[in-house]
Design a protein around this ligand. Structure first.
Ligand code: PEP
Ligand code: MG
Length: 569
């Protein structure tokens, strides 16, 4: 049996498909004159293969998907697509791989800069074509992620956002990765799609082989290779329990989120991709409390344009049909890298050049995003949230950039929501400590416990060796949460929480007692959280929170809160 971290609950039985990481190093080589013909031939053959694959794929699709692929095919068949590439081989004598890289990058740029929205969004298709052509030139063995057999368990070192986004989740019964923590984008997506997932499984891609029959437990993190009858039976029992819980939770679909004595709270969803908003609605989320917009950036090999971001935010606004959706501005850096930004390596990335710090330092990136969000705000109820705010000056500076964007749009006669709400994440201790001051200058708070905890107790959030010390039950963390909520309320603004702690049934009574107004969590935790809230009494919660605030040990806090919930059952 292998063991890792269970990051998405559920039991999965299936056959292994190993996804090997492709390390592609594109070298610039100068070829001999007599090799030009051969290099051109290689590019044409690669292109022809991609065209054939696309035509074959089109035989099996209809409707909108077929229309999209028809447009894709037209691009492939347009001779101008590779004219730059051909020139780079003929005139500069570059090798085929390098010529494709620079040739298609220049086409991508041309499309990106087009005013026509439809044409601008075709840049992504060309990027995809470039990757496929390079894949052919490097003779990479590629697995078509959209066409996996039913009951596949994906095993990889790590999955990229775009790989995860391509997966046909209907056919996936589990995900196993060697890297990636509970809050990595793959884990979050797995939870959103209710796919059992286990991360941090050492050497999984070496120990497991393609077509191995395995079973995984996304709660305990256990992986059974060729499970025995007894093991299977045990897992089936566990699956049954999970199913029963699901049926029980159905009662809470679409219900109000209100305590027994009438205290209403907002139950929102965290999303990573625009389409996740559909899952939020399916789980009867009352809004989106956190759209991690960096996923749009991580899902691309180039900086997403204003146009493509506008399309994404507008999609969220429209899916939410008037319900609030809070878009968090770019939170990159720390553990989230963007290759095309070419960020310098830092000794302490979590204390470094990330999120709002990077955005304020590179206003053109920030403004592109803010303009896109503002424009999309004309199509629904969007709000803007700045991550990693540590001081009032930073908040003022960010708001100043936002004002500039509003002015630009006014001058261009472009519509946006003039009353768009602007909030901040409280995830740095300095912000939690001056919450009352910050509250005077913004419209809402959302506490990011994932980061707040790491900064309060000085424990890196993904560091396994010290993970025992990373705990939301630490009295210092709770004190800062209380300070943030009280600070918000002193200026009559709403205080939410979008860190993982907001969805933990053992923590919810404390948060209700402290007066948290909005709980934002993974879509699949919503019904369970609503059940928890609907079975609470706010006075009881206040009492327990007063008791907890007096405590000095994290262990005792945890024990007391868990006891409280057990007694409720
Ligand atoms: C947090 O820090 O709690 C949070 C919600 O943001 P992220 O996990 O994306 O850093
Ligand atoms: Mg954070």
């Amino acid at each position: 049996m292998l063991k890792g971290n269970g990051v998405s609950a559920g039991i999965g039985f299936g056959k292994v498909v190993i996804l090997k990481k492709i390390e592609r190093k594109i070298e610039k080589k100068i070829i001999q004159k007599d090799q030009v013909g051969e290099e051109l031939k290689r590019v044409h053959e690669a292109l022809q293969e991609v065209i054939c694959e696309t035509e074959n794929h089109m035989k099996n699709i209809t409707g909108t998907e077929a229309d999209i692929m028809q447009a894709y095919l037209m691009i492939l068949q347009d001779p101008s697509l590779i004219s730059e590439t051909e020139n780079a081989i003929k005139n500069s004598n570059y090798n085929a791989e390098y010529a494709v890289e620079i040739g298609l990058n220049s086409v991508i740029q041309i499309f990106e800069n087009m005013d026509d929205k439809y044409m601008a969004s075709r840049a992504r298709d060309i990027l995809d074509i470039k990757n496929r052509l390079l894949g052919k030139l490097f003779e990479e063995e590629s697995i078509d992620l959209t066409k996996l057999n039913p009951n596949t368990i994906i095993v990889a070192e790590e999955l990229t956002t775009s790989e995860t986004a391509k997966l046909n989740f209907n056919n996936i019964s589990g995900i196993v990765t060697e890297l990636g923590g509970e809050n990595s984008h793959t884990s979050i997506m797995a939870r959103t799609h209710m796919i059992p997932a286990v991360t941090k499984v050492k050497d999984a891609t070496k120990i497991l082989k393609n077509d191995d029959n395995i079973a995984i437990n996304g709660t305990s993190g256990e992986i059974y290779i060729n499970p025995s009858e007894e093991e299977k039976q045990k897992l089936i029992e566990e699956e049954k329990k999970l199913e029963e819980e699901k049926v029980e939770l159905e009662k809470y679909r679409g219900k109000e989120s209100i305590t027994k004595d009438g205290v209403k709270v907002k139950l929102y969803a965290n999303i990573g991709l625009p389409s996740d908003a559909k899952i939020a609605i399916k789980n009867t989320a009352e809004g989106v409390g956190l759209f991690r917009s960096e996923f749009l950036y991580m899902d691309s090999d180039i900086m997403p344009s204003e146009e493509s971001q506008f399309t994404a935010y507008k999609e969220v606004a429209e899916i939410m049909e008037g319900k609030e959706a809070i878009i968090r501005t770019l939170d990159i850096g720390g553990d989230k890298d963007l290759k095309y930004l070419e960020l310098e390596k830092e000794a302490n990335p979590f204390l470094g050049y990330r999120a709002i710090r990077l955005c304020l330092d590179r206003p053109s990136i920030f403004k592109t995003q803010l303009r896109a969000i503002l424009r999309a705000s004309a199509f629904g109820k969007l709000a803007i949230m700045f991550p990693m705010i540590s001081s009032i000056d930073e908040l003022r500076e960010a708001k100043q950039v936002l004002e500039e964007c509003k002015k630009e749009l006014d001058n261009e006669n472009i519509e946006y929501d003039k009353n768009i709400q602007v909030g901040i994440m409280i995830e740095i201790p300095s912000a939690a400590l001056i919450a009352d001051k910050l509250a005077k200058e913004c419209d809402f708070f959302s506490i990011g416990t994932n980061d707040l905890i790491q900064y309060v107790v000085a424990v890196e959030r993904g560091n396994e060796k010290i993970s025992k010390l990373y705990t939301k039950y630490h009295p210092a963390v709770i004190k800062l949460i209380k300070n943030a909520i009280d600070g918000a309320h002193s200026s009559n603004i709403i205080c939410g929480m979008c860190g993982e702690a907001a969805g933990d049934p053992s923590f919810i009574p404390l948060l209700v007692g402290l007066g948290l107004d909005e709980f934002s969590m993974n879509s699949n935790s919503i019904l369970r959280a609503r059940k928890t809230i609907n079975n609470l009494n706010s006075e009881e919660c206040e009492k327990i929170s007063e008791e907890i605030i007096q405590m000095s040990s994290a262990k005792e806090v945890e024990k007391r809160l868990k006891e409280f919930m057990t007694n409720k059952k």
